[in-house]
Structures are given as C-alpha cells and as structure tokens.
Write a protein of this length. Structure first.
Length: 519
C-alpha cells in the first residue's frame, strides 16, 4: 500500500508539472507556431535535454540509487556522507569539462544531431548553434539536481524532486511571454529560459537536503570505492537507459532531412506522449527502484517479484486506455491545445499522425520503465545492455524502412514512420526485458492476471465505443472557441474515464488488484 501512495504522490506532483508543460506548449504554439525558427530552438533544447535523460535521469540515477541504498542499509552514516560528498565532487568536475566543451564547440556538437541542416546550408543550423551555447550548461545544472533528487528519493522524499520539473515550464512560459518581444530573434528568449530554469531547479533541492543533514560537500573522488562502483555500473546502464532517448534523437536527425516543420511536429506529438509517460511511467519507476534495491539488499526475492508484478499490473490497467485515448483523440487534443494563431490546421494534421504512432507504443515505453529497474536494482547491468543494443539497432533499421516506404508511397507525413519505428523498438525492448527477468527466475507472475487482462480489454473497448459515439465532426472542433474546445475535450475524457472505470468494476476488478504487492 505504501508504494501505491508514494506513486500517487509522485504522479500528482508530476501532473502539476505536465499541466504546466501543456500551458508551455500552448504558449509556444501561439507565439512561435511550427517553423524553421522553432525547429532551431527545439533542437538546441533537445540536445541538453537528451543528455539529461541519458545521464542524469538515466545511467547516473540507475547506478547511484542502488549503491546509495546499499550504503544506507548498512547503517553507517559517516560512510553515507562520504559517498555523497565524493560523488557530487566527481560528477561536478566531469560535467564542468563537458559543459565547457559543449559551449565552445556548439556548431560541432550540432552537426552530429542536425547533419541535414548543415549539408543543405539551412539558416536554422546557425541559429540553433547560437542557442545551444546558452542551453548547454543545463546538463550540468540538471545533473546535479538529479544527484540531489536521488538522495531524496532514497530516503523516500519524493515530492520535491517530482515538483522540480515544473520550474522549467514556469521559466519557459515567462520567457516566451515577457522576454521574446524584446529580442531581435524572439525564439532566443526560450534558450535563456532554459538556463534560468536549470539554476532554479538546483537551488530548490537545497532546503530538503539540509533538513536531512545530507547537503553535499563536493570532493573529487575518482578513486573512491563508491564512486568507482557507480562509474562501473554507469557504463552499461548508459547504453541500457539510452535506447528510448537515442531512438527519439535519431528521429530528429532524420527529420532534418524532411520538410521544414517535421522537427516541430514530432516535438508536439512527443510532448503529448510525455504526459502519461511522465505522470505514470516516470513516477512508477522512481518509486520502485529504491524499493526494489532495498528488497534485494534484504535478500527477499519473493517481495522483489511481488513488487514487479504489482507495477506491471498497474501499468496494464492504466496505460492501455491511455494509449487508446491518446490515439483516438489525437486531433481534438492538438486542436484544443495548440491550434491558435501561428499553429495551423495543417500542423495539427501532421502532428496527429506522429502522435497516433507514438501512442501505439505507450504501453511498451512504460513497461520498459517498470522492467528495467528489476535488473538495475540487483546491479545486473549486462543483460539490459544486450537488450538495449538489439532494440537500438532495430529502431535504426525500422526508421529507414518505414520512412522510405512512406516516401515511396508519397504519404503526406513521412515523419510518422519515425514515431512508428520508435514504438516498435520499444516493444522489442520491453519483450526482451520481460523474458530476461523470467529466465533469471527473478520475476514470477502472481495469480489473477487473466482476469485483469480480460477486464482491461473489455473496458477499453467500451471506452473507445463511447468516445467515438460522442466525438463529432473535426470541422466543428476547428470552428469552436477555445472554451468550447476545452469543455468538449474535458467531457470526452471524463466520459471515457467513467465508462472505463465502471467497465473494470463490472469485469471483476477490485481494490485488492491495485494494492497486492504494493508495500
């Protein structure tokens, strides 16, 4: 039950951030639309954001939290402080060098991620390089924020780290509304908003760390045993946690060879995917990793398996209807949130195509976030690495296959192939992770899965039927005011959720199905 409460707490905090994220993207669409300039910013922001997810929230957190949990379980407070001090000093030193390189060599870094712009001599390349010099220090700031968040999560202090992303959205909204009109190139205001957000996100962690008495005192510790152990674990987890991010970034690289606006269409659809992925997937992963690490340290394999089973069961119950709802309502959602002023109906149509393709992979994206901690909590990094390589190579091949086929068919939105390839690769990743846990006898499904799956499938069918019945004509959505759009969308979501919930109960799902293993 405690896990369920913690997940709900993190999810609630994340919802706050995601709502602000939607407001942020509505502001982006209203002020900047989908153009070559917005493409330039989104790439300048995506590079440090990619590195944030790869290093800060990916390989570093996955390696740091289990080691910190292990030291905490020993009860040696002095050793705990010593580890935190040396990890913080070593991490800061490495990132300072990386940040300096990124700022000084911004065009070189950008050429790796946007070769299409460089080869074609498009002006957005140099605009993006200028903004990258401003946004690149974000990786230093947010990585130190992730260190602080890892410490707080290990001590079951989930709220502050979960609320921290909201500061990025607040900063970007403020920059767009108040600063963009005062700059020669308005979109550059967003780059400064990213930098200010990084500073604020780091500083807000300080009071919580001080209350725990664990404020880091940075010390260089390359040879420190704990640091070496984390670095050793990070090397393979770097590959394991990078699959989804590398796949998404490869989408952008290929998109730079497609028509202008492709990067922005993928951005807006990916942002909508991030809502359920962040609210539930990240929240669940954040909560179960330290919990699984403690159970592994206590050598309690049954509780370990039960926790994984609970997380997977909860994922199925929530993600299947979320994926279907996102796909069915893709166009109304995009019209309601973004189709104002600079964001045209053609942008809605293109973004809806990639959103539907991303939505198809939502259950797999979240399953990866649930299954991967089952390996990392046991400090088994080799297995996820092998699986990650298979999924990554599959995604690369599928990108070219799907986009090539759509171009050959003269399909109006070839960027859709990039989103579809990411979704298929996510299923490959999740399937292999699941098989690995079963083969290692780490995870054993609890009784009752058949009833849960049947209830969820039947409830999803009822939900989709009701939504289609109440949907209406797309033209009516486009002609409606912002208030009317919002009310109609809220009605559809509420009706769909109510029908889904009632159908679940009618199908035999009860409270104990959500609580079993959640301790």
């Amino acid at each position: 039950m405690q896990l369920l409460k913690s997940t709900a707490k993190v999810g609630t905090a994340t919802i706050t951030s995601r709502i602000l994220g939607f407001i942020r993207d509505m502001v982006f669409a209203r002020y900047f639309g989908a153009s070559s300039e917005t493409d330039a910013f989104f790439l300048a922001f995506k590079i440090p954001n990619f590195m944030r997810r790869l290093f800060a929230e990916g390989s570093f957190s996955l390696a740091f939290v289990p080691v910190l949990s292990e030291v905490r379980a020993s009860g040696d407070r002095r050793a705990l402080r010593d580890l935190i001090d040396h990890v913080s000093g070593t991490l800061a030193g490495i990132l300072l060098v990386l940040t300096a390189f990124g700022v000084l060599a911004a065009p070189l870094v950008l050429s790796i991620f946007a070769p299409g712009w460089l080869i074609e001599g498009r002006p957005e390349f140099w605009l993006s390089a200028d903004m990258l010099r401003i946004t690149f220090p974000y990786i230093l700031l947010i990585s130190l924020t992730a260190l602080a968040g890892g410490i707080l999560n290990t001590f079951d202090r989930f709220l502050v780290p979960a609320l921290t992303p909201a500061l990025l959205n607040i900063s970007l909204i403020t920059a767009a509304v108040l600063l963009s009109g005062r700059m020669d190139v308005p979109v550059k205001a967003l780059a400064w908003g990213v930098l200010v957000a990084g500073i604020a996100q780091l500083l807000v962690q300080v009071p919580a760390l001080m209350r725990l008495g664990l404020m880091p005192r940075p010390r260089w510790g390359w040879r420190h045993s704990g640091v070496r152990k984390i670095l050793k674990l990070m090397i393979p987890t770097l590959i394991g946690s990078s699959v989804a991010q590398v796949n998404l970034l490869l989408d952008v690289v290929i998109a730079t060879f497609l028509v202008s606006g492709s990067v922005s269409w993928l951005y807006y659809s990916d942002r909508l995917l991030e809502f359920p992925l962040g609210v539930f997937g990240v929240a669940l992963s954040t909560v179960i990793l330290p919990n699984l690490s403690r159970k592994f340290a206590r050598q309690d394999p049954h509780a370990f398996s039960a926790t994984l089973d609970w997380a997977l069961r909860l994922a199925v119950i929530i993600t299947l209807p979320a994926a279907l709802g996102l796909a069915v309502l893709s166009t109304p959602i995009l019209i309601t949130l973004f189709q104002y002023q600079a964001f045209q109906m053609s942008d809605v149509e293109m973004s809806a195509l990639s959103l539907s393709a991303y939505a198809a992979g939502l259950p797999a994206f979240i399953a990866v976030k649930v299954l991967a901690p089952g390996f990392y909590a046991r400090q088994d990094t080799k297995t996820p690495v092998k699986i990650a390589i298979i999924a990554m190579v599959s995604n690369m091949a599928l990108n070219f296959i799907f986009v090539g086929v759509l171009l050959a068919l003269a399909f109006k939105g070839p960027h859709t192939g990039l989103a579809l390839a990411s979704s298929v690769a996510a299923y490959i990743n999740a399937g292999l992770l699941y098989r690995g846990l079963r083969n290692q006898a780490v995870y054993q499904p609890e009784p009752g899965w058949g009833r849960v799956v049947l209830a969820v499938v039947a409830a999803c069918a009822a939900m989709v039927a009701v939504i289609w019945w109440q949907f209406g004509e797309i033209g009516h959505w486009a002609d409606a005011s912002a208030v009317e759009r919002s009310m109609r969308l809220a009605w559809l979501i509420a009706v769909g959720a109510a029908v889904y919930g009632i159908a679940l109960v009618a199908g035999g799902l009860r409270k104990h199905h959500l609580e079993k293993g959640a301790s």
